[in-house]
Design a protein around this ligand. Structure first.
Ligand code: MN
Length: 200
């Protein structure tokens, strides 16, 4: 079993300011995201111990912990990697074509994603569903409640309070507007193409 490790940020922690402050990136990556990585390793280790000891008395809560921390880790990886200090603008190429096909226009997609980010108690996600060759927005509570089976997140916006409250207080919508200015569409396009190629 390979230990999970915290990904390194693809920029300096002060580089996302003013959209996301250095302090928030430091806490969010170094404390919160690290906590999911540590929780995941701990859950995996204890599950393995249960198997070796053939004692499954704590397995139920360990599996819950595995899901929570695994999903938290996956979504934070996507979140950090889909932002850049040079972000903003709009998607291009095949991803833009697909967004226009599915949502009518980029502006429509953006409004729907912002609504998802406003209602979720966790994450707003743009996902690709290979078996239907469709994009969809998904609003997720915590890291997995409301998740869609068979869907692969290609863009993730963290709307847990630790993500924005220090910088924006209750004005979550202002944070989401700043997030749009930080989206690295090249990475989102790469995620889309990679999943598309793997499944289609
Ligand atoms: Mn978070």
């Amino acid at each position: 079993m390979t230990d999970y490790k915290l990904i390194e940020l693809p920029y300096n922690k002060e580089d996302l300011a003013p959209g996301i402050s250095e302090q928030v990136v430091e806490w969010h990556h170094g404390t919160h995201h690290q906590g999911y990585v540590d929780g995941l390793n701990k859950a995996e280790q204890k599950l393995q111990e249960q198997r070796e000891e053939e004692d499954f008395s704590a397995t139920g809560s360990l599996l819950n912990s595995f899901t929570h921390n695994f999903c938290g880790n996956v979504l934070h990886d996507i979140f950090w990697e889909n932002m850049s200090p040079e972000g903003g603008g709009k998607p291009e190429g095949e991803l833009m074509d697909k967004i226009e096909e599915e949502f009518g226009s980029y502006e429509n997609w953006k409004k729907e994603f912002k609504a998802a980010a406003g209602s979720a108690s966790g994450w707003a996600l743009l996902v690709y569903i290979p078996q239907r060759d469709e994009l969809h927005n998904v609003a997720v509570d915590r890291h997995d409640e409301g998740a869609v089976w068979g869907a692969h997140p290609i863009l993730a916006c963290d709307v847990w309070e630790h993500s924005y409250y220090h910088d924006y207080g209750p004005k979550r919508g202002d944070f989401v507007d700043s997030f749009f200015q930080l989206i690295d569409w090249t990475t989102v396009q790469d995620n889309f193409m990679e999943i598309s190629k793997t499944f289609n």
